[in-house]
Ligand binder design. Structure first.
Ligand code: PA5
Length: 458
């Protein structure tokens, strides 16, 4: 694949940053058989459909239905798409939208948006934000997509309670089905082990279009399921390109050898850096505005999957590396001081886009300031690349391990490769830490307490 993303781990090795802070080739070679063995376990679990995220891109029936429904709703000509959802039900779509749509997308006129709706992802319950969204998005011009796997998350349920009344008032009971789509766990009568979703009776009452979230796909692994793909298709994003990106990365991630498998190499490096070199923090720092929300998405994936009190044998382990997001070059001016001179307890994931969709030449202006000669005649692209290289070199000089990820360009295929690789990496990292990467008991408990505080019968 021409657009294959590349991983350069040389700056995370002891040969670059010293034995105390980098991984020795011998340590990688020593862990390779374990990775190979864990690959066998993961492959078996995949084969028995324990985890569904690996194969979402292959489900052409689902993808075809998602696209057909998206086309049907697109034809209705909405001005706004409002997603009601939180965590894994929101972050994937936001990452795709930020990466694949032009900046300031919502400010563009409808023609410049190819007639696609503006997007509002309501992943919080800040009353000011929500009330302002409702003023900007009158129900008659809006398609809502309520997304919740459990179908009971208080934030999402409350949002639905708030929008349904004005929606029904504006459109009538029969009109609601043209403005509200739900994405949630399947009905229990079809899939007996599915969570009981409170969105199902809503779908029934209004005759809504409803998408199933497969039971074996967790929220933070659901971006390529109906959760991310339906709203992405309504927004006109390139679904086929994303599926091709997943397929390309899956082929690379099928390799049991960590030297041939970018996800396993990254998982092994992060695990070794955390457990042997004290790198308890993983900084995700893309040098492209389009990837800033991928950093948010990664933070949830890494934190919720690996941050576990108990291991698979029930032993107290308090595992997990703390993910932190940063954005180059912006955060060079806020965080890099700490990163170079503060505690040497971080691994840096520097993500670059080799070729931006725009080239911005620096005009030959302000001759009155000769000191700016080094910038005149260059491009903004060149300065971004220099800033990135400067950060990588400076971190290396300070003996801070860096893993560089290069996307040849930003498109549906490369972004899908990146997300898919990070998912597989997380699955392998879970196995290396010997924790369950697919549950989130800590989150569930917080949800339960909040419901109780609100007076629910828990
Ligand atoms: O990854 C996860 O499982 C969580 O972050 C959930 O996505 C989040 O809590 C929202 O849950 P739900 O989709 O059930 O509303």
């Amino acid at each position: 694949m021409d657009d294959a993303i590349r991983i350069d781990a040389t700056r995370a090795l002891s040969s670059a940053v010293g034995e105390a802070h980098g991984v020795a080739e011998a340590e990688l070679d020593a862990i390779a058989p374990r990775v190979r063995q864990l690959h066998g376990i993961l492959a078996e679990e995949r084969a028995t459909a324990k985890y569904g995220f690996y194969d979402l891109y292959k489900d052409t029936d689902v993808i075809d239905r998602v696209k057909a429904e998206a086309d049907r709703f697109h034809a209705m000509g909405y001005e706004n798409l409002v997603v009601l959802g939180i965590g894994g039900s929101a972050l994937g779509l936001t990452a795709l939208h930020t990466a694949l749509h032009p900046p300031y997308y919502n400010l563009r006129d409808p023609k410049a948006r190819d007639g696609r709706p503006r997007l509002f992802v309501m992943d919080n319950i800040d009353p000011t934000t929500f009330a302002q969204m409702m003023r900007l998005c009158p129900p008659e011009k809006t398609l809502y997509n309520a997304i919740s796997k459990s179908g009971e998350t208080a934030e999402t349920m409350l949002q639905l309670l708030v929008i349904i009344e004005p929606l029904e008032r504006a459109m009538g009971k029969d009109g609601v089905k043209d403005h509200l789509v739900i994405t949630t766990s399947p009905d229990r009568d079809r899939v007996p082990n599915a969570p009981i979703s409170l969105l199902r009776p809503v779908a029934k009452k209004y005759g809504l279009t409803a998408f199933d979230i497969p039971v074996n796909v967790g929220g933070r692994f659901s971006v390529f399921s109906q959760v991310g793909m339906f709203p992405a298709a309504v927004l006109g994003l390139d679904i086929d390109g994303m599926m091709a990106g997943c397929a390309a990365m899956d082929a690379r991630c099928g390799q049991p050898d960590l030297h041939a498998n970018p996800a396993y190499l990254r998982a092994a490096l992060h695990y070794l850096l955390d457990t042997r070199k004290g790198k308890t923090i993983s900084v995700m720092m893309p040098y492209a505005d389009g990837l800033r929300s991928v950093a948010d998405w990664y933070c949830q994936l890494w934190a919720e999957s690996l941050g576990k009190q108990y291991d698979l044998d029930g032993k107290n382990v308090f595992a997990g590396q703390t993910p932190v997001k940063a954005l180059g070059a912006t955060d060079q001016h806020s965080q890099v001081q700490l990163y170079r001179e503060g505690p040497n307890n971080k691994v840096f994931n520097i993500v670059e886009v080799a070729e931006f969709s725009e080239t911005l030449p620096v005009p030959n202006t302000l001759q009155c300031v000769p000191e700016l000669e080094y910038l005149r005649g260059a491009t903004m692209n060149k300065l971004m690349a220099a800033e990135l290289q400067g950060t990588v070199d400076a971190l290396t000089l300070s003996k801070r391990p860096v893993i560089r990820v290069t996307l040849p360009r930003l498109n549906a295929g490369t972004v899908a490769q990146l997300l898919y690789m990070l998912e597989v990496e997380t699955a392998m990292a879970g196995r290396l830490y010997h924790v369950n990467a697919f549950d989130q008991p800590g989150v569930e408990e917080g949800k339960r307490i909040a419901r109780e505080l609100m007076g629910a019968d828990c």
